[in-house]
Design a protein around this ligand. Structure first.
Ligand SMILES: Cc1cc2nc3c(=O)[nH]c(=O)nc-3n(C[C@H](O)[C@H](O)[C@H](O)COP(=O)(O)O)c2cc1C
Length: 334
């Protein structure tokens, strides 16, 4: 891991300092770049919200081999940890890898670790297409995530995702105000619940909405019948001063009451963080920035970061007497 971090520091240049703790402090306001928008408060809230939770240490029990596997969108995964979509390597990360190679490192690295990686979208068609190609070459073992374009454009790209054999397809609705998409003639915007229902009706694959931060939006997604949501503030990159995702997760889980799959991301840096998110009600988590460091070592580097987190998760489950990731309750929180 240390050699990966040193290599990343060199290859990322000024775009990311590869801090010991990736918390959004040094890079506040660096968008483009790897930081959070504006003051960086939303990125930092993700970290602070997770840090507020503490775990009950329990060692008088019989859980010595906890179960890490789970099923998400009909796919059995070795761990409840997926790779988050990250696009725009050219302008966010010093162009350290061509877009398609970055996507391939994430998708293949996640596969090597027994889980799934997501790919992004952006104004440059190479972002979505590079991701799609990586998913296709991986026999469909990956998940493309689309920007909230016009429904017609989304449905067209969903068909391409289905033709590539993808497991599911997502839409990061929290990219609704991304000016660089609209400037490039690819209009994005918010969607009504009726528009979401239209997407779900015609979606050829399990369809989820990424960027949900309130009960009302989550309920609208459930009304529209979508298969899942990702509780996310886009790593603090789309709106300054949102709460942390760990703060809003429990009320969202309660509001949807099992109607759809609930994933979450934002500031998850260790297996212990993963366990906290599961205790707060998530079915699985996504990892964003830490996997970019892994990607410096290609698919093997990505797999290494995931395996390290899985090992930490396993140890934390033993230390809290948690038998299965599919059955984590908030009782393990102190
Ligand atoms: C440089 C960068 C690019 C991103 N690009 C996308 C994208 O194309 N699509 C998307 O849904 N999310 C995108 N995200 C958000 C991530 O998927 C994820 O929500 C966020 O990074 C999670 O927080 P973490 O990095 O603290 O783990 C991007 C994030 C970063 C840092």
């Amino acid at each position: 891991m240390n050699s990966l971090r040193e290599a990343a520091r060199e290859r990322f240049g000024k775009a990311c300092r590869v801090c010991k703790i990736c918390n959004g402090v040094a890079c506040a306001g660096e968008v483009p770049g790897m930081g959070g928008l504006g003051t960086g408060a939303a990125f930092q809230s993700n970290m602070q919200a997770l840090a507020l939770h503490r775990l009950q240490q329990r060692v008088v029990h019989q859980v010595s081999e906890p179960k890490l596997s789970c099923t998400i969108f009909g796919q059995e995964l070795s761990m409840p940890i997926l790779g988050a979509p990250i696009g725009g390597i050219a302008f966010n990360l010093n162009d350290f890898l061509p877009e398609a190679e970055y996507a391939a490192a994430i998708v293949n690295g996640c596969r090597q670790a027994g889980t799934l990686g997501m790919t992004g979208d952006g104004p440059n068609p190479g972002v979505f297409n590079g991701g799609l190609e990586a998913v296709r070459l991986a026999g469909g073992q990956g998940i493309p995530v689309l920007k909230p374009r016009d429904n017609e454009a989304i449905l067209e790209k969903m068909q391409e995702a289905a033709a590539a054999g993808a497991i599911a397809v997502g839409m990061d609705l929290d990219a609704a105000a991304l000016i660089n998409m609209t400037r490039a003639g690819q209009r994005v915007g918010p969607k009504t619940k009726e528009q979401l229902a239209e997407l779900k009706r015609h979606a050829p694959l399990p369809f989820f909405v990424k960027g949900i931060m309130t009960e009302a939006d989550a309920e609208a997604c459930a009304w529209a019948g979508v298969d899942g949501i990702v509780v996310s503030n886009h790593g603090g990159r789309v709106l300054d001063y949102t709460p942390g995702t760990a703060e809003v997760l429990p009320e969202i889980v309660e509001a949807v009451d099992g109607a759809l799959t609930v994933l979450v991301d934002g500031g998850v840096r260790s297996g212990t963080d993963v366990l906290k998110m599961l205790a707060l009600g998530a079915d699985a988590v996504l990892i964003g920035r830490p996997l970019t460091v892994g990607a410096v070592g290609g698919a093997a580097g990505v797999a290494l970061v995931l395996q390290k987190m899985a090992a930490e998760l396993l140890a934390a489950m033993v230390m809290t007497g948690t038998a299965s990731v599919e059955d984590v309750t908030e009782d393990i929180l102190w």
